[in-house]
Design a protein around this ligand. Sequence first.
Ligand SMILES: NC(=O)c1ccc[n+]([C@@H]2O[C@H](COP(=O)([O-])OP(=O)(O)OC[C@H]3O[C@@H](n4cnc5c(N)ncnc54)[C@H](OP(=O)(O)O)[C@@H]3O)[C@@H](O)[C@H]2O)c1
Length: 350
Amino acid sequence: MNKDDISAVGAVRRLSQPKKRARQAAKSRIEEKKTTMKAAAIDKFGPPSVLKLHMLPMPKPGPGEVLIALRAAGIGVWDGDIRGGWWPQGRPKFPLVLGSDGAGIVVTKGVRVRRFREGDRVWAYEFINPKGGFYAEYAAVDAEHVGRLPRRLDFLHAGASAVTGLTALQGIDDHLRVRKGETVLIFGASGAVGTLAVQFAKRRGAKVLGTASGSEATKLVRRLGATGVFDPRSKNAVEQLKALAPGGINAVLALAGGNMLERCIDLVRPGGRVAHPNGVEPEPKQRKNVRVLAYDAAAGRRESERLDRAVEEARLRVPIAAIYPLAQAAKAHQRLEKGHVLGRIVLEIK
Ligand SMILES: NC(=O)c1ccc[n+]([C@@H]2O[C@H](COP(=O)([O-])OP(=O)(O)OC[C@H]3O[C@@H](n4cnc5c(N)ncnc54)[C@H](OP(=O)(O)O)[C@@H]3O)[C@@H](O)[C@H]2O)c1
């Protein structure tokens, strides 16, 4: 990854609004007539090779939904779990289109939707969407889970940060309530959520410490605003953290679990806080004098407006580790399986 990959500003060619609308309306009419679309889906659980390009029926938006012509979809570590056989409830319907977030353009909307118009540039997060995931040309999504694209993000960077942005922001602002002058540790700072959490904590005026393995990851986490970075896999990791935070730590956002995390949490001051999104394993242990809580990223109108503001305040940079075309979703998952992804992997959909 080179330095430019973390630049979040897409070179957006601006057309005048009326011209844009007219062009989009014509495009929407064509798209509305389409009955099938390309999607990367699985017919059974298994290794990355089960992900194949399918022609599937276009999803139809219900009264409170919008149909989005997707330009980018994020690839999450949980997508790999689902592909491999993890499913939260009941039985999935195959072919199953993976993907829980992405960015694109509103093509049509249900009768109850007032907030969006055809042609709006949006991003969205919907976990286990019954109408199909985001590894597709189109997705029908509850309009409440859709937000306008922040001005500073293009489709690829927005597609790479919809759910991870919500997770990072809500971890820092809502669950840890990070305040100015506090010392915050982002455990797992070089990953998809961590790279964004570092920036959101920095924007609160905190002293941000992060974990990262290897020189490239370390440089990245520093560049994003961490004052101190240490390798959680090194023998003297705890000593390094003690030196970086001689007065102790106020809050920890845990994006990976295990023995080293527990040893870092030992340095949290009494009354301190630890938060982790569900999915982090092993889960951090409960403790006396330190509040440990688990959370899920929440999607909603208010949440996406807050994220939009935070993106601007933090001048958010979204690191993209790799971009794959939709047809190569299986390759993207092979890369995911290798691990050590700096930022997020994203699918480009044309
Ligand atoms: N419930 C929700 O709403 C929600 C939403 C988003 C994410 N999540 C969960 O949050 C977690 C983080 O997500 P993510 O997308 O940021 O994952 P990710 O991109 O894989 O990042 C994980 C980070 O943790 C580090 N790490 C992994 N194993 C480690 C270990 N044993 N010791 C120290 N560091 C380790 C990684 O560093 P290396 O690359 O060096 O290993 C990386 O920096 C996942 O469990 C995911 O399922 C939950």
